[in-house]
Write a protein that binds this ligand. Structure first.
Ligand SMILES: [Zn+2]
Ligand SMILES: [Zn+2]
Length: 385
C-alpha cells in the first residue's frame, strides 16, 4: 500500500501538490514525468499509485496558480530561500544582483552615491538608507520559468536589524515589561548550546553573534546578574550603586535641558544621531515620563559588570578561548571597575561614587564593537532582551 503523503504534500487551499523531497509544486500533468525522471529508485507500482492519487485531486498549474501578495507564514513543504525585498515597492529577488538591478532601474538607486532618502512610515520621519532593500525569506510554488516569489515569515524569525540604535530601542521597549519578567524562574534559560534548534538559530541571534558570545554560559546565571532589585538587598554597595546611577541619569538629563537654555539646541540633533557626520532629523528628547525605568536599565548594565567580577569562577574576566567568552572588558574598564570597587573599602561620598560610575559608564558607551574585546553593552543586550 502506498501512502501518498510519504512522497507528496497536498495543499487543498492552494490546490497544489508539492513533492516532499524536491520542495516545489508539480504540474498536474507533470506528476508522472517528474517521478520517472527524478524518483527512479521509487518502485514503479508506487509511482503509478501516486499518479493515480494526483488524478483524484483538483489541482492548479503554473498558469492558474494564485501567488500570495502579502507576507504570509512560510509553507514548511516548500524551499525557504534567503532573498531580498525592495522596501519601496516590495519587489522580491533571490539574488543580490537581481535586487541591485531593480533598485538601479526602477528607483534610480546609485550605489556609488551610497545613500538614499526614504520616508519611513513606521518612524514617521525621513531616514537615510544605504540600500532600498532588506533581507527577506522568500518561496515559490513552481520552479524554472514559472518561478514567482512571494515573501514569507519563518515561525521563529526575529528582526534581523542589529544596529546599536535598534538594540537600544528594543532595550528601552523591554524596560517597560521588565518588572513582570524579573521572576527568575520565568527568565531561566538553559545553557546555550551551539547546536540548538531552529529558534536558537534565528537570524537575530546569528547576526548579533550572541550565540557565540553566550556559548557555554548559563543564561540563568547571567540573567541573575542583571537583577535590579537591590533595594531589598542587604548589600550596601548595591544600594549605593542604585542611588548613584539614578542621580547620574537625572544629572545628565539636566544637562540636556541646559542645552536649550544656552541656545545650543542643535546639539540635541547630534545626540540622537548614531552617525558621526550627520545629525538626526529629530532632536534628543528633553523629557522622559519614565526616566527612572530608563535609569534602571543602566543600573542593570552596571550591576552586570559589578557581579561578574564577584563571581570569577563562573565567568572569567579575561577573554577566554573563542566561543566561551564572558563579557570582555577593556584594560581601562578593568581599572575603572576596580577603582569603583575599592571606593567601598571606605565609606565613599556620593560625589566620589558618582564620578567613578560616570567614568566607567562613558567608557562602556565609547567601547567600539570592532575592538578585540567586544562591546559590553551589546553583551548586556543579549541577556536583557
Ligand atoms: Zn520530487
Ligand atoms: Zn522597488
Amino acid at each position: 500500500m502506498t501512502n501518498p503523503s510519504d512522497y507528496l504534500t497536498h495543499l487543498p487551499t492552494e490546490q497544489l501538490l508539492i513533492c516532499k523531497s524536491h520542495k516545489y509544486a508539480l504540474r498536474p500533468k507533470g506528476v508522472f514525468r517528474h517521478l520517472q525522471r527524478y524518483h527512479k529508485t521509487t518502485p514503479l507500482t508506487t509511482r503509478r499509485a501516486l499518479v493515480e492519487y494526483a488524478g483524484t485531486l483538483t489541482l492548479r498549474d503554473e498558469s492558474t496558480v494564485i501567488t500570495p501578495v502579502d507576507i504570509i507564514p512560510a509553507f514548511e513543504c516548500l524551499e525557504m530561500i534567503p532573498g531580498h525585498r525592495c522596501i519601496i515597492c516590495n519587489f522580491l529577488s533571490s539574488t543580490i544582483e537581481g535586487i541591485e538591478k531593480h533598485s538601479q532601474t526602477v528607483h534610480e538607486w546609485d550605489n556609488t552615491r551610497g545613500t538614499l532618502l526614504f520616508f519611513s512610515k513606521k518612524m514617521n520621519e525621513l531616514i537615510e538608507i544605504e540600500s532600498c532593500w532588506t533581507a527577506q525569506t522568500i518561496q515559490t510554488f513552481f520552479l524554472g520559468i514559472h518561478k514567482k516569489y512571494f515573501a514569507v515569515t519563518r515561525n521563529t524569525q526575529q528582526p534581523n536589524d542589529s544596529t546599536i540604535e535598534t538594540l537600544v530601542a528594543r532595550m528601552l521597549d523591554a524596560a517597560a515589561i521588565q518588572d513582570e519578567a524579573d521572576d527568575a524562574a520565568q527568565m531561566e534559560r538553559d545553557i546555550v548550546m551551539n547546536d540548538q534548534g531552529a529558534a536558537e538559530n534565528s537570524p537575530w541571534l546569528t547576526m548579533t553573534g550572541w550565540k557565540e558570545m553566550f556559548a557555554g554560559k548559563n543564561m540563568a546565571v547571567l540573567v541573575g546578574f542583571i537583577n535590579k532589585d537591590v533595594r531589598r538587598s542587604d548589600d550596601y554597595a548595591l544600594k549605593r550603586l542604585h542611588a548613584s546611577v539614578h542621580r547620574l541619569i537625572n544629572y545628565c538629563m539636566q544637562g540636556v535641558r541646559d542645552l536649550d537654555w544656552r541656545e545650543w539646541k542643535a546639539i540635541r540633533y547630534w545626540m540622537r544621531s548614531h552617525k558621526g557626520q550627520q545629525p538626526s532629523s529629530k532632536p534628543f528628547r528633553r523629557n522622559y515620563k519614565e526616566l527612572s525605568s530608563y535609569a534602571d536599565v543602566w543600573l542593570q548594565l552596571i550591576l552586570l559588570c559589578w557581579r561578574v567580577v564577584d563571581s570569577s569562577e563562573s565567568l572569567e574576566l579575561e577573554s577566554g578561548e573563542a566561543g566561551v567568552r564572558g563579557p570582555e572588558f577593556l584594560p581601562e574598564q578593568k581599572t575603572q571597575l576596580m577603582a569603583l570597587r575599592s571606593l567601598f573599602l571606605e565609606n565613599p561620598s556620593d560625589a566620589d561614587l558618582d564620578k567613578a560610575v560616570l567614568i566607567f559608564s562613558v567608557s562602556l558607551i565609547e567601547h567600539r564593537d570592532y575592538q578585540k574585546e567586544r562591546s559590553i553593552i551589546k553583551y548586556f543586550c543579549g541577556i536583557y532582551l
